[in-house]
Ligand binder design. Structure first.
Ligand code: NAD
Length: 355
C-alpha cells in the first residue's frame, strides 16, 4: 500500500505527523505500508513555484491513497490566483478524478456539549454526506463576467451529465448499503432542469439497490431538516454546490471542526483523505491542533481504499477510547477534562491502538 503524504501548510505538518505515527504503529505490526512525503499548497509554491508541483502530482498519481493535511495561509493571499495554495487542492482533486466526496458527521456522546444544538437533537448523530466533487456549477461552461446591455453580468452554468450523476449515485448507494440502507438524494428539481435529471438518474440507479430506501428532498428543506432533526438522515447524496454548503452545516452539528475526516474517491476507490478543516494559521506551529480528524481520515483510508474494515474499526475505536479517557485538545476542551497537545493526543491514540 503506497501512501503519498502531503502535509501542506499551517497545522498540516503537525496533524499529519500524528496520523503518520498511527500508520507507523500499524507498520511495526507487519502492515505493508510505504509512505513518501511531498509538498503541496503554499509549501509547493515555496519549494517549486507551484501549489501542485509536477513531482507531487506524479507521486499522488502513482500512490494507492493520498493523505493530505491542509493548505493555505495569509502569506500566500497576495499571490496570483493560479499560484494560490487552494488551487493546488482543486487541481489534485480534478487530476486524480476524485469525484465522490464522503463527509461523515458523527457525534461522540462525550462531546455533545460542544455542539451548538441541544444534546438531545444531536446525541447519537451518525450521518454520511456524499457530495459530487468534480462537476456542477463550479466547473460548467460557459462561465464569466461580461457586459450585456450596458452593464456587467456574471454567469455560471449548472451542468450534470447522466454519467456523472450515475457514478456518484453508485458510490452513494454502495455506502448506504454498508450503513443504514437509507439514502436521501438532495436537489432542487422543482426549479432546476439539472436537478430534474439528477433525480431521474437516482431513481434509475436505485433499481440496482432494492434494499436501499431512496428518498428525495429539496435542498432548502434539507438545510432546515439538518438543523431541526439531523438524526432522521443516514446517508445523503447531493451535487457539488449543495453538498459544499450542507456538509459544512452538518460538520457543526458535531461541535468541532477538528474531529471530522473526509475522503474523496475515484472510480476505483483510490482516494485522497484529509480533515475537513483548513490550515488554522492562528494556532500553527504551537502543537495545539486537534489531530483526530486526520487520524480518522486514516481510518477512512482503511475502510474505503484498502477495504480493511477491521483496521478502520480499530483506529476509530482507539479515538473513541482517548475521548472516553477525557483527553482533549483545546478546541474540544471543557471543564474537568485533561487538556493535551497535538503530539500528546497522537501518542495517546497510538497507545490506545496497541492490542
Ligand atoms: P480553518 O479551518 O483553518 O480554521 C477555522 C478555525 O478553526 C480556526 O480558529 C482554527 O484555529 C480552528 N481549527 C481548525 N482546525 C483545527 C484543529 N485541527 N484543531 C483545533 N482548531 C482547529 O479555516 P480558516 O481560518 O477559514 O482558513 C485558514 C486557511 O486554511 C485559509 O488559507 C484557507 O484558505 C485554508 N483552508 C484550507 C482548507 C483545506 O486545505 N482543505 C479548507 C479550508 C480552509
Amino acid at each position: 500500500m503506497k501512501i503519498a503524504v502531503l502535509p501542506g501548510d499551517g497545522i498540516g505538518p503537525e496533524i499529519v505527523a500524528q496520523a503518520v505515527k498511527v500508520l507507523e504503529a500499524l507498520r511495526a505490526e507487519g502492515a505493508k505500508i510505504e509512505m513518501e512525503t511531498a509538498p503541496i499548497g503554499g509549501a509547493g509554491y515555496d519549494a517549486a513555484g507551484d501549489p501542485l508541483p509536477e513531482a507531487t502530482l506524479a507521486l499522488a498519481g502513482a500512490a494507492d491513497a493520498v493523505l493530505l493535511g491542509a493548505v493555505g495561509g495569509p502569506q500566500y493571499d497576495a499571490l496570483d490566483r493560479p499560484l494560490r495554495p487552494e488551487r493546488g487542492l482543486l487541481r489534485i482533486r480534478k487530476e486524480l478524478n476524485l469525484f465522490a466526496n464522503l463527509r461523515p458527521a458523527l457525534l461522540y456522546p462525550e462531546l455533545a456539549g460542544a455542539s451548538s444544538l441541544k444534546p438531545e437533537v444531536v446525541s447519537g448523530l451518525d450521518l454520511m454526506i456524499v457530495r459530487e466533487l468534480t462537476g456542477d456549477v463550479y466547473f460548467g461552461q460557459p462561465r464569466g463576467i461580461e457586459v450585456r446591455n450596458g452593464e456587467r453580468v456574471g454567469f455560471n452554468t449548472m451542468l450534470y451529465s447522466e454519467s456523472e450523476v450515475r457514478r456518484v449515485a453508485h458510490v452513494a448507494f454502495g455506502i448506504a448499503m454498508k450503513r443504514g440502507k437509507k439514502l436521501c438524494s438532495v436537489e432542487k428539481a422543482n426549479v432546476l432542469e439539472c436537478s430534474e435529471l439528477w433525480k431521474e438518474v437516482m431513481i434509475e440507479v436505485s433499481k440496482d439497490y432494492p434494499e436501499v430506501a431512496l428518498s428525495h428532498m429539496y435542498v432548502d428543506n434539507a438545510a432546515m431538516q439538518l438543523i431541526r432533526a439531523p438524526k432522521q438522515f443516514d446517508t445523503m447524496v447531493t451535487g457539488n454546490i449543495f453538498g459544499d454548503i450542507l456538509s459544512d452545516a452538518a460538520s457543526m452539528l458535531s461541535g468541532s471542526i477538528g474531529m471530522l475526516p473526509s475522503a474523496s474517491l475515484d472510480e476505483h476507490n483510490k482516494g485522497m483523505y484529509e480533515p475537513i478543516h483548513g490550515s488554522a494559521p492562528d494556532i500553527a506551529g504551537k502543537n495545539l491542533a486537534n489531530p483526530l480528524a486526520t487520524i480518522l481520515s486514516v481510518a477512512m483510508m482503511y475502510r474505503y481504499t484498502f477495504a480493511d474494515l477491521a483496521t478502520a474499526d480499530r483506529i476509530e475505536n482507539a479515538v473513541k477510547k482517548v475521548i472516553a479517557q477525557g483527553l482533549r485538545t483545546g478546541d474540544i476542551w471543557t471543564e474537568g477534562a485533561r487538556k493535551v497537545s497535538c503530539s500528546e493526543m497522537g501518542d495517546a491514540v497510538v497507545n490506545a491502538l496497541a492490542r
